[in-house]
Each structure stands twice: as structure tokens, then as C-alpha cells.
Write a protein that binds this ligand. Structure first.
Ligand SMILES: Nc1ncnc2c1ncn2[C@@H]1O[C@H](COP(=O)(O)OP(=O)(O)OP(=O)(O)O)[C@@H](O)[C@H]1O
Length: 387
């Protein structure tokens, strides 16, 4: 997170609702507090309300209920151009008939009383920062995708906004350029320290770029937390399934004493976990979640599960093995030099500390927060031993 001097560019969502066409609720009672200078990504499936959220801040959509505040000020009744925001769109929305210079200067001319010379100087400085100073006289159609992206970002930066809103700004770039621009945007945001709300379909972008991630589904907030927490401590089954690639494996299980029993396997868990889930297990079915990267392939010893190799996906430095465990698919990440044969039977194992357990009815993660506690306890023990 970048250091800034005041909280003028915090963004508060207070029970925000958006209703389209009188009865379609696109955003349902959304609450969140974004701090000044944070880089926030918003992820969720198509139609989950990501763009709607951004468009309400930008003033491109009315808010149907609740309020959004920038700093302490409600944005209701504040004209879009007076909100101190700048937006970068997926299709860049550059004016085709204007040069890069005019595209970048246009917003400044409309919203400030700077002189032409001052505007020109700011445009040139920003163009240099974005590496497009040689393109100032060109029309957008004569630029590459990456250059157009830089112009769109430069046009937002030149206005020196309090908040950047970015709606999938890199999705039109090829994979290599995307990685490059991702680093560039991240560095720019760190240098400028401007609060940024960034919508993306790409969970890798979300996990690598942001201070915190908003996960939306069906217009409802599922989790708002730093990337490692969303990954390691997903709030519910939806988040667990949505974040991570290949996705987490899930198995229907029941608790029997300190053993999770599923189709084709029994898996022993420590009493600390079984005690945590016992009350829920008495009322509801459970799902065991385990990430492909947390599974040991070809394991020996106790507490293993038997599977048969269905598919082997060669992916370079890592391979993915798809196992059949009594009719359920289980994805396992293995080293690139491990290439099992289809039809082979194997044992897999995983550490009980890596499992996730969900209430099948509510989807809640029953072990939420326990991993943080485990880490804290381990650190305390280590400190005590060292003393
Ligand atoms: N102007 C509109 N009128 C009616 N419904 C709309 C309008 N804009 C969006 N919607 C609906 O609201 C829901 C949320 O749309 P939104 O564009 O915010 O989702 P999104 O998460 O950004 O999706 P995507 O990832 O596909 O861009 C969708 O069901 C969409 O069809």
C-alpha cells in the first residue's frame, strides 16, 4: 500500500443497491471501506456486478439505494467531472479523430482552468512517464494495442485524480504485453499513491496486483481481504472455487469421530479440526476442499487416498494429473518431470493443515480464521523455544 498524507480519497460503500429496469437487483446491500492509496481489484463471474459498482462511483449509473462516499463526502448530487475520479475502460474509449496530445488534454481543458501552456506541459510530462512522447501527434488508429493502453492510462493520470477506476484495462492485450503492462500499472500506482479500483476477469491479476480483493457473486460481497487471505482462507465455497487455477478439489464427506468419510476414502483429521466442525457436521453435510498444489502425488504411509489416473496435462514446469477417486475428479499438481500413465493407480496425501471444510448448506468455510491462529501459535511456540 502506498503512503499518503490524508484520507481524502478513501471510498466507502454504505448499503449500496443498484436496481436495473425497476426490478433487476444487480448490487445487493454492498458495504465496504477502501482506504486512501489502496489498490483494490474487483473480481467475480460475468454479470456479478463488477462494472456496475465502478460505474456508480464514476457517475455513469445512478445509485438506487444506500450511499457512496469519497473521503467524507457523499457522491450523490456531485457531477461526475467534480468527483476527482478518472476512468480507464477496456476498449480505451479514445477519441479516434483526435491526436494522442488532444486525447490526453481534452479532460483537462474541460475540468480545469489551466492555461494551454500548462496543459501542454502536463501532457508532455505524462506522455514521457508513459513512454509515448513520440506518439503525441499520432491518431489512436496508428498505435499498437499497448500504446493505446498507455494513452488511455496517461489520459487518466494527467488529470491527477484522487481515484483511478479501471475496468479490465489490460484484457485486449496479448499475454506477454499484459504481463508487462501489469507490472507497469502496479509501479505507477505505487509511485503516484492514487487509490485504485480495478475490475478484472483475471484472478492472476487480482492475486498479484492488489492490496485487497473484492470478490462478488450475484451482486453480493463474498469476501474483501488481502490476496493471501482470499487464497488461503476463502470465506466460503464460492470464493474457494472461484480463486485458484486449476480450481480447488471438493469431496462430499461426513464426520465420523475424527475421520472424514467420503466416497472411496477415509481421511483422519486432528481433534482440533474435528472439534471445530462437530456441531455443523451433526446438522449438515460437509465438503472437504483441497488445492491441487497441496496434494502429494504417489504418497506412502498412513492417511492416503487411492485414485486412478484419468488424464495427464503437460504444462511445462508443472504438470497436472486428473485422478478418478470413486467417480469424483481430483486435480493434482506434480513436477514437470512426473508423467504418470493413464490407468495407473496411485496414492495421494495432504496435510490436514491444508484442508478446507465447508458447510454444504450455507457454503461457509468452517475453518475460517483457524489457519491464522495456527500460524500465530506456531510463532509463539518458536519464540518461547528460542527464549
Ligand atoms: N443498463 C443495464 N440495464 C439492465 N441490466 C443491466 C444493465 N447493465 C448491467 N445490467 C445487468 O446487471 C448485472 C451486472 O452487470 P455488470 O456489467 O455490472 O456485471 P460484470 O460483473 O461487470 O460483468 P462482466 O464481467 O460480464 O463485464 C448483469 O446481469 C447485467 O446484465
Amino acid at each position: 500500500m502506498s503512503e499518503t498524507t490524508d484520507d481524502a480519497a478513501s471510498v466507502t460503500f454504505d448499503n449500496v443497491r443498484k436496481v436495473y429496469l425497476d426490478d433487476f437487483v444487480a448490487i445487493k446491500g454492498f458495504d465496504a471501506q477502501i482506504e486512501d492509496g489502496e489498490f483494490i481489484t474487483v473480481v467475480g463471474p460475468s454479470g456479478s456486478g463488477k462494472s456496475t459498482l465502478l460505474r456508480m462511483i464514476a457517475g455513469l449509473e445512478e445509485i438506487s439505494g444506500g450511499d457512496i462516499r469519497i473521503g467524507n463526502e457523499s457522491i450523490k448530487g456531485v457531477e461526475p467531472q467534480d468527483r476527482g475520479i478518472a476512468m480507464v475502460f477496456q476498449n480505451y474509449a479514445l477519441y479516434p479523430h483526435m491526436s494522442v496530445r488532444k486525447n490526453m488534454a481534452y479532460g483537462l481543458k474541460l475540468t480545469t482552468d489551466l492555461s494551454s501552456d500548462e496543459i501542454d506541459q502536463r501532457v508532455r510530462e505524462t506522455a514521457t512517464m508513459m513512454g509515448i512522447e513520440d506518439q503525441l501527434g499520432d491518431k489512436p488508429a496508428n498505435l499498437s494495442g499497448g500504446q493505446q493502453q498507455r494513452v488511455a492510462t496517461g489520459r487518466a493520470i494527467v488529470r491527477d485524480p484522487k481515484i483511478f477506476l479501471m475496468d479490465e484495462p489490460l484484457s485486449n492485450l496479448d499475454a506477454k504485453l499484459k504481463v508487462h503492462m501489469r507490472t507497469e500499472l502496479q509501479r505507477l500506482q505505487e509511485d503516484l499513491g492514487t487509490t485504485t479500483i480495478y475490475v478484472t476477469h483475471d484472478q492472476h491479476e487480482a492475486l498479484t496486483m492488489s492490496d485487497r480483493i473484492i470478490v462478488l457473486d450475484g451482486g453480493e460481497l463474498q469476501q474483501f481481504a488481502p490476496p493471501d487471505e482470499v487464497y488461503n482462507e476463502p470465506a466460503n465455497r464460492f470464493v474457494a472455487d472461484f480463486i485458484g487455477s486449476p480450481a480447488m478439489n471438493f469431496f462430499d464427506v461426513e464426520l465420523n469421530g475424527t475421520t472424514l468419510v467420503g466416497d472411496g476414502f477415509e481421511y483422519a483429521i486432528p481433534p482440533s479440526i474435528s472439534d471445530t466442525i462437530r456441531d455443523t457436521a451433526a446438522k449438515s453435510r460437509l465438503e472437504l476442499g483441497i488445492r491441487p498444489e497441496d496434494i502429494t502425488y504417489d504418497a506412502t504411509g498412513d492417511n492416503t487416498i487411492t485414485g486412478t489416473v484419468d488424464v495427464v496435462e503437460v504444462a511445462g514446469s508443472d504438470n497436472f494429473v486428473y485422478l478418478d477417486i470413486a467417480g469424483s475428479e481430483c486435480r493434482v499438481r506434480v513436477d514437470g518431470d512426473v508423467k504418470p500413465s493413464v490407468g495407473e493407480t496411485t496414492q495421494i496425501a495432504f496435510d490436514p493443515n491444508d484442508i478446507h471444510l465447508f458447510d454444504t448448506q450455507s457454503g461457509d468455510n468452517l475453518l475460517s480464521g483457524t489457519r491464522e491462529r495456527q500460524v500465530a501459535e506456531a510463532e509463539t511456540e518458536e519464540a518461547e523455544e528460542a527464549a
